[in-house]
Design a protein around this ligand. Structure first.
Ligand code: ADP
Ligand code: MG
Ligand code: ZN
Length: 485
């Protein structure tokens, strides 16, 4: 029987606040183990949590960007379980009354836009980090670092609306871009700032009811999610095809070896004995605050992407690349204003991004070296045919390392662009005389031979003529009747 996969994602996003969720310890990646800790995040007896309002603000930004409903009153609950990296033996999270509900994330799959419905977004604290012997070779001891304990997280839960591993990738890529654009997280999966649990089930194609699901825990790369979900769909398909039933389970996926392992088979909400945390008051978010946060949201990435496509007549691909970060889109818009937008987009996507990559520069560093106005000026000169493409490329290369306006750079490097008819006319005449065959073909109506002749003149100019100007001069000369005329 043909089966279709159903996938729901639970994504954890570490918020980029200065301090932790319920104490004043700094949120910092890469510190010495157990240095960013205090009685609250170590769960010492008698220590009391106090909510970090910045975490609420960030969660509201995310929720409102995604069109969620915001609860005026939401509640922090204790999720009770034992784990060595969780010193209180409970995690403070939100359960039946989360901060945000509903909403949807837009994403593009194979060039086709669609939206993924969300169930909820709630606030919770992160746990510490365990280092287990299997992974470190020192089999006799496990170690734990509490720097991460109490770091604020939002958990974003989707409805079971994803169907393929590729959709998971599109979803996570869109989510990562959004949290970065909102400035609420760096969304770096390698640093654990974005982590994901994937719930997977199969059902007969076309069936309405959902099948029994399994949950792959703690996937920590987008590629890992795609591969893990692919492996789990294949595993379930094999079982169902062999007439076996799927057992609800929590799985671990080892991306390095493409292996799934069953961690535990039964887990129900009631096992966690959720109850409202008596140490924290309910969280109230007034309508006025919701309105204020909504007003201060930046232009959302997918809105900006659509605007670049319609406003600058860019292909969808270009718009997606340029909207990867707000800074890159800002830079593009500053360069493209009043210039040839597609030219600007081509140069930024190929040349600028290549240099950033080669030099491992941030866009900020690049923009300090080559401010948008400088590039704008270069493209304006290409557009007005003052500079031929090859010379513009050369000027661009100088710009990466040197100061100075375009004319200064040309002078400094002793390059004179051959632009005037006086300079080019002799070259045009020479080429017409040297290539009587192609000239005759052109005059006989074969328009495309003109390209060959233009190329010959360009060669003689050492690449320093503007092709459009050469073309005009050739056309005019040939209209007068070819060689000798
Ligand atoms: P749990 O209580 O086990 O965490 P939830 O109902 O809260 O399960 O759902 C967790 C995630 O699993 C959500 O993203 C949801 O969309 C997804 N999900 C629920 N049921 C299924 C299913 N049968 N197949 C795939 N995903 C599912
Ligand atoms: Mg779950
Ligand atoms: Zn602390």
């Amino acid at each position: 029987m043909a089966h279709e996969a159903v996938i729901g994602l639970e994504c954890h996003v570490q918020l980029r606040t200065n301090t932790k969720m319920f104490c004043a310890c700094p949120v910092r990646f890469g510190s010495e183990p157990n240095t960013n800790v205090c009685p609250v995040c170590l769960g010492l007896p008698g220590a009391l949590p106090r909510l970090n309002d910045a975490a609420v603000e960030y969660a509201l930004r995310l929720g409102l960007a995604l069109g969620c409903r915001v609860r005026e009153v939401s509640v922090f609950a204790r999720k009770n379980y034992f784990y060595p990296d969780m010193p209180k033996n409970y995690q403070i999270t939100q359960y039946d009354l989360p901060l945000c509900e509903g909403g949807e994330l837009p994403a593009v799959i194979d060039g086709v836009p669609r939206t993924f419905a969300l169930t909820r977004i709630h606030l919770e604290e992160d746990a510490g980090k365990s280092f287990h012997p299997e992974r470190h070779g020192d089999r006799s001891l496990s170690r734990v670092d509490f720097n991460r304990a109490g770091v604020p997280l939002v958990e974003l839960v989707t409805e079971p609306v994803l169907r393929t591993p590729a959709e998971c990738t599109a979803f996570l890529t869109a989510l990562r871009r959004l949290v970065r654009a909102l400035g609420i997280s760096d969304g770096d999966m390698e640093k654990g700032q974005l982590r994901c649990d994937a719930n997977v089930s199969l059902r007969p194609a076309g069936a309405a009811a959902l099948g029994t699901k399994t949950e792959i825990k703690n996937l920590n790369s987008i590629k890992g999610v795609e591969k893990g979900v692919t492996a789990e769909i294949a595993r379930q398909r094999r079982l169902l095809d062999g007439g076996e039933a799927i057992v609800q389970a929590t799985l671990l996926y080892d991306a390095d070896h493409d292996k799934l392992a069953i961690m535990r088979t039964k887990e129900h909400a009631h096992d966690y004995r959720y109850f409202p945390d008596p140490d924290l008051p309910v969280l109230r978010v007034e309508q006025a605050r919701v309105a204020r946060v909504r007003e201060t949201l930046p232009e959302l990435p997918w809105v900006r992407e659509a605007r670049l496509i319609t406003g600058y007549a860019l292909p969808a691909y270009d718009a997606a690349v340029l909207c990867e970060t707000p800074a890159l889109a800002d830079y593009f818009e500053a360069v493209a204003r009043g210039a040839d937008a597609k030219l600007a987009s081509n140069w930024i996507m190929t040349e600028v991004l290549r240099v950033l990559n080669e030099r491992a520069w941030t866009l900020e560093r690049w923009a300090a070296r080559v401010p948008a106005e400088r590039l704008h000026d270069l493209f304006a000169r290409v557009g007005s045919r003052e500079l031929p493409g090859p010379v513009a490329k050369q000027v661009f290369a100088w710009m990466c390392d040197e100061d100075g306006a375009v004319p200064e750079l040309l002078e400094r490097h002793g390059v004179r662009v051959q632009g005037s008819s006086d300079e080019l006319a002799p070259l045009v005449e020479q080429v017409i005389h040297e290539h009587p065959g192609p000239v005759a073909q052109y005059l006989a109506g074969e328009a495309k031979t003109l390209g060959f002749l233009v190329g010959q003149v360009m060669k003689k100019s050492g690449g320093q003529a503007v092709p459009q100007v050469v073309q005009e001069l050739l056309r005019a000369a040939l209209a007068k009747g070819g060689p000798g005329a």
